[in-house]
Design a protein around this ligand. Structure first.
Ligand SMILES: [Zn+2]
Length: 326
C-alpha cells in the first residue's frame, strides 16, 4: 500500500496545523491587579468578527476558491483502464522520486531481514509479479524489483518506480488459502493497480487542496485547523480512499485474469481475510472497504472479468503451478 508514502506529506502539513492550532490547555488568566485593565478572551472573537467584515477577507473568500477551481480544472487527467477524470497535481517525476526514496528507507530499515533473491518466498513473489507485469505489458522502462522482508506484518505494497515490497506475514496468511500463488497474485495485482492508476499522486494532490481549505476555513471562523482538517478527512479523504481501493480491486482483478490467475481467487481471498480478522470499526471512518464488502464487489465483477481469464495467453496459462511455500 502506498499509504505509508502518502502519510509523509500530510504529516508535514499536520506539523503546520499543530503550530497554528490553539493550545488545548490554555493557561488560566491571572486575576487582574486592582486598577489594571483586563484582556479578555472576547477580544479574540471581536477580532474574528472584524476580520470577517473586512473587504479583503471577502475578496479572498471569493478569489481563493476561484483560483483553486481554476487550478483543479487545469490539472485534470484520465485514469488508465477506468477512464475516470480526476485531479492530479503531482508530476510523474516527483511521484517516482517519492516512491524510490520511500523504498530506499524501507529496505534500509529492514536491514538483514530482507530475504535473498534465491529464497523460495522471494522467488515465488518474483514469479507471480513477473507474470502479471508481462501479461499486462507493464515493463514500460520500469525497473521492477521484488523485496521480501521477513517480518510478521500482514502487508504488501508497490511504490512508483516498480518497487514491490512483501512482508512474510502476508505470505503466512495466504499460505493457508486453497491457492497461495493465486492469492498472492490477487494482492500484487491490486497493489500494481494502485501504481498504474497513480492513486498515490492523486491522494497527495487532494491533500494539498484539503489542507488549504481546512486552514482557510479555520482562520475565517476562528476555529482549530485540526477540527476543519478532521472534517475534510471525514467528508472527502476517507470516502476517496475507499473508492480508490475499490478501483484498484476492479483493475487488479483484470490484471490477474490476464496473467491467467482466476479472478474468483480475489473474492475468496477477502472472504478468507474476513474469517481470520473480521473488519471492525465504523464504516465511515475506514480507509478501506470492509473485507466482506470487497469480496462481494469482486464476486459481482466476476462475470465481467471471467472472459479475460478464459482468453488469457497460453504462455501464461501453462505457467500455472502451485509450489510449496518455504
Ligand atoms: Zn489498496
Amino acid at each position: 500500500m502506498l499509504r505509508p508514502l502518502l502519510s509523509r506529506l500530510p504529516a508535514r502539513i499536520h506539523g503546520l496545523y499543530s503550530r497554528l492550532a490553539l493550545p488545548s490547555t490554555a493557561p488560566r488568566p491571572m486575576p487582574p491587579a486592582r486598577g489594571m485593565s483586563t484582556v479578555s478572551f472576547s477580544h479574540g472573537r471581536q477580532f474574528t468578527r472584524k476580520m470577517q467584515r473586512s473587504p479583503w477577507v471577502t475578496a479572498a473568500l471569493v478569489g481563493i476558491p476561484l483560483l483553486g477551481a481554476g487550478f483543479i480544472l487545469t490539472h485534470l487527467e484520465e485514469t488508465e483502464y477506468t477512464h475516470r477524470t480526476r485531479f492530479i497535481a503531482v508530476s510523474p517525476e516527483r511521484e517516482l522520486a517519492m516512491g524510490l526514496e520511500y523504498h530506499k528507507d524501507v529496505v534500509k530499515e529492514a536491514g538483514n531481514l530482507v530475504l535473498p533473491a534465491s529464497a523460495p518466498r522471494t522467488r515465488m513473489v518474483a514469479r507471480v509479479a513477473s507474470r502479471i507485469i508481462a501479461a499486462n505489458n507493464l515493463k514500460r522502462n520500469i525497473d521492477w524489483e521484488v523485496t521480501v522482508v521477513d517480518k510478521p506484518i500482514v502487508n504488501a505494497f508497490v511504490v512508483p518506480g516498480g518497487k514491490i515490497v512483501v512482508y512474510t506475514g502476508i505470505i503466512d496468511v495466504i499460505s493457508t488459502t486453497k491457492d497461495p500463488e493465486g492469492a498472492l497474485a490477487a494482492i500484487l495485482a491490486h497493489e500494481v493497480a494502485h501504481v498504474i492508476l497513480r492513486h498515490g499522486a492523486e491522494n497527495v494532490s487532494w491533500s494539498y487542496v484539503i489542507s488549504a481549505l481546512a486552514l482557510a476555513t479555520a482562520a475565517y471562523f476562528g476555529i482549530s485547523p485540526d477540527f476543519t482538517s478532521s472534517l475534510g478527512q471525514l467528508a472527502f479523504s476517507l470516502p476517496h480512499s475507499r473508492a480508490a481501493e475499490t478501483e484498484a480491486d476492479v483493475v487488479g482483478a483484470e490484471l490477474m485474469a490476464r496473467a491467467c490467475y482466476s479472478p474468483v481467487i480475489a473474492s475468496e481471498l477477502w472472504h478468507h481475510m474476513d474469517r481470520i480478522a473480521p473488519s471492525s470499526g465504523f464504516a465511515l471512518l475506514r480507509t478501506h472497504p470492509t473485507n466482506a464488502d470487497r469480496a462481494a464487489k469482486l464476486q459481482v465483477l466476476y462475470p465481467q472479468v471471467q472472459p479475460v481469464f478464459l482468453n488469457c495467453a497460453e504462455a501464461f496459462r501453462h505457467a500455472i503451478h502451485h509450489p510449496k511455500l518455504a
